[in-house]
Write a protein that binds this ligand. Structure first.
Ligand SMILES: NC(=O)c1ccc[n+]([C@@H]2O[C@H](COP(=O)([O-])OP(=O)(O)OC[C@H]3O[C@@H](n4cnc5c(N)ncnc54)[C@H](O)[C@@H]3O)[C@@H](O)[C@H]2O)c1
Length: 432
């Protein structure tokens, strides 16, 4: 109990030293939130550029303004390093490294393993480790096995749990501190310490009985989204054939006060979560000799949306006697969702690829993304002077939508961005 009690004390008086491994979309907001509450926090990242920026008080994440970061750095509450010696002095380590898919579409745990192997060298009694990276159920237990190779025992010498990260980049309301945080330890003392840790920075902590339950909670949340988005995407394709406006139908269905929740169709799913997390579970489930048909079907439908969007544009042009392969198309928005710069897994990749494979010339405009697939974001007015064929992929709020509305041409709006803003374009509008 000695090491547990020591950690309880250090968590209580906030004298513990925190190392957040990975200073990305998840890690930097987590580190800032703890530093704001007086915890001496170090971000450990292998990317020297991010480390330099943090130490200069300059934020590279839209949700963290530099004037929130800089005072924390100046007051010595927050710093960053590439030096893995940082693990040596750490009481608490929160791991937020990427968990992508490999070339075969299977979980790529190489970043987690690399962080864990580095940590293993410095593992010492009285350490609490929280894995926040999204992963399949059982990963945290596997990492404990790795760390116990040092001879130190979990629940006695060190403590470990999983806390799925629910951060929603670009969300003006739900931030790290006010989004309830699920935590699960690999044994009861670890769960207890995880609750104490996150209660410092988060308003509501939700303990579950195991790390596996915490891991599966995240996968249920994101599979729920992936499946419902796929369902409404399928409805969008059906509605097109039925000549019904899917957006009108969703609004009408949304008036039901119970038993319905609105999801919206789009050009496909992107980001580090929705297209990836369910596939972590699918991989695990298949290794258990089972199948997860909802996941596989949702993945197929969502991945097919860019093709559907391009086919809609092609059809609209053909109806006017035009040929997509001879067109210049302006893609508006390439980030995977609005108001952020993240293009990971964005459907815009496949859309641009499909257009280019037809021989179509592509221009794009995205105020958040200066470069994309060998192109530079063009100022909107200039891009609009070059073409009147427009494909809206991402509906950032800071796009000059009125300029697009004033354009007479063909606009394929895969986000319902114009009508949502009350804009009735001069040109022909095709919505998903
Ligand atoms: N981005 C989101 O919206 C979001 C939301 C919830 C959960 N998640 C999950 O959180 C995890 C992190 O995602 P992210 O979006 O913050 O990724 P990110 O790519 O923005 O950040 C990860 C950081 O980890 C660093 N890194 C990689 N290997 C490292 C190592 N061995 N040691 C130290 N640093 C290392 C990278 O340089 C990078 O800065 C993933 O598992 C993701 O699925 C992300």
């Amino acid at each position: 109990m000695e090491h547990y009690k020591g950690l309880v004390k250090r968590l209580k008086d906030r004298s513990f030293r925190l190392v957040v491994v990975g200073g990305g979309y998840v890690g930097l907001p987590v580190a800032v939130e703890f530093a704001k509450r007086g915890v001496k926090t170090t971000v450990l990242d292998v990317d020297g550029r991010k480390v330099e920026l943090i130490n200069a008080g300059k934020s590279y994440i839209e949700d963290i303004p530099s004037d929130e970061l800089a005072p924390l750095v100046e007051e010595g509450k927050l710093s960053a390093t590439t030096d893995r010696h940082a693990y040596r002095g750490a009481d608490v380590v929160i791991i937020t490294v990427p968990t992508p898919l490999d070339a075969e579409g299977n979980p790529d745990l190489s970043y987690v393993l690399s962080a864990m192997n580095a940590l293993k060298e410095y593992l010492h009694p009285g350490m609490l480790i929280s894995l926040e990276s999204t992963t399949y159920p059982g990963t945290t237990d596997e990492m404990v096995d790795l760390l116990e190779e040092t001879g130190l025992k979990v629940g006695k010498d060190f403590f470990m749990g999983h806390s799925p990260e629910r951060i929603n980049p670009g969300d003006p309301v739900w931030k790290f501190h006010n989004t309830p945080k699920v935590v699960g330890g690999v044994e009861p003392l670890s769960t207890d310490l995880m609750v104490r840790l996150y209660s410092i920075a988060v308003e509501k902590v939700v303990p579950v009985s195991t790390a596996r339950a915490a891991e599966l909670t995240k996968l249920l949340e994101n599979t729920f989204r992936a499946v419902n988005i796929a369902l409404v995407n399928e409805f969008a394709m059906i509605s097109h054939k039925l000549k019904v406006d899917i957006w009108e139908v969703i609004e009408a269905a949304g008036t039901k006060p119970f038993g319905f929740m609105k999801f919206h169709p789009g050009p496909g799913v992107g980001g580090h979560c929705i297209p990836i997390d369910p596939l972590y579970l699918l991989w695990k489930v298949r290794r258990l000799g089972l199948d997860a048909e909802f996941i596989a079907l949702a993945d197929r439908i969502n991945k097919g949306m860019p093709d559907f969007v391009v086919s809609l544009l092609e059809e609209a042009l053909r109806e006017e006697g035009r040929d997509l392969s001879k067109e210049k198309v302006l893609v508006v928005g390439v980030a995977y969702k609005k108001n952020i710069s993240d293009t990971r897994e964005s459907p815009a990749y496949r859309i641009v690829e499909l257009l280019r494979s037809r021989g179509t010339k592509v221009l794009y405009h995205d105020p958040y993304v200066p470069q994309f697939m060998g192109l530079k974001s063009m100022p909107l007015d200039r891009a609009l002077s070059e073409t009147d064929t427009i494909l809206i992929v991402t509906d950032h709020d800071n796009i000059a939508w009125d300029l697009i509305g004033d354009k007479a041409g063909i606009i394929l709006d895969a986000r319902n961005a114009l009508r949502k803003r009350g804009i009735r374009p001069l040109g022909r509008l095709v919505v998903l």
